[in-house]
Structures are given as structure tokens and as C-alpha cells.
Design a protein around this ligand. Structure first.
Ligand SMILES: [Zn+2]
Length: 112
């Protein structure tokens, strides 16, 4: 006589909810604003229980950003971002710059 398989075989054991049903609700979050030294504003979302960092790297320029808009952290060892003109000024004195500028202008005007 063939043995009948048990009626409960294959039943999903443990498929019931463990504790409260999880509906995928996110943990409560808070949005925190950071400002970097260049004035970029970024807003990050943190879990409420998470410890909010005092500074965060600016996603736009990489400089450290702080939570106080008027007191952005200054990156140590980072020179403030310099414009191309800033680098030129660093390499050359004002007089040299004027000579070069005059030469360039003269060339443009076709007087050289
Ligand atoms: Zn920035």
C-alpha cells in the first residue's frame, strides 16, 4: 500500500509575520543642510537616530561643508580655490603682468 504523503508536507512553515508586519516604512529621517566655504548648499537626509556629522564633504567641490552657513569649515592644507588669474598673479609680479599685458595688447593692435 502506497504511503500517502502527509498533508502538511510542503506547507510553508514560518511564513507568518515575525512580529509587526513590515510595510517598508523608512526609519524617520531628518534633512540636514550643509554649506561649504564656497557657498554650495547641500541637503542630506539622515536617520533621526543617526549622529549628524559636523562636517561633510561638499558634493559639488569636495571642500568640507559645515552646518552653519556663516561659518563654513576651512579645509586645512587646502589653499582656497584660485582662479587662473590668481595663479598668474602668484607667478608674476604686477609689473611683469603689465608688461605682458601691454605686449599682448600691442600684438592685438598690430603695433608690434
Ligand atoms: Zn562646495
Amino acid at each position: 500500500m502506497a504511503q500517502r504523503s502527509s498533508g502538511i508536507r510542503g506547507a510553508r512553515v514560518g511564513s507568518g509575520p515575525l512580529g509587526e508586519p513590515e510595510r517598508g516604512d523608512l526609519a524617520p529621517r531628518t534633512r540636514v543642510s550643509f554649506w561649504c566655504g564656497k557657498g554650495h548648499h547641500s541637503q542630506l537626509s539622515f536617520a533621526i537616530e543617526a549622529e549628524i556629522p559636523h562636517s561633510w564633504d561638499c558634493p559639488k567641490c569636495g571642500l568640507p561643508a559645515g552646518r552653519d552657513r556663516d561659518d563654513a569649515p576651512v579645509a586645512e592644507g587646502h589653499a582656497p580655490y584660485m582662479t587662473h588669474m590668481g595663479y598668474v598673479r602668484q607667478r608674476r609680479s604686477q609689473e611683469e603682468g603689465e608688461i605682458l599685458l601691454n605686449e599682448a595688447l600691442a600684438r592685438l593692435r598690430g603695433t608690434i
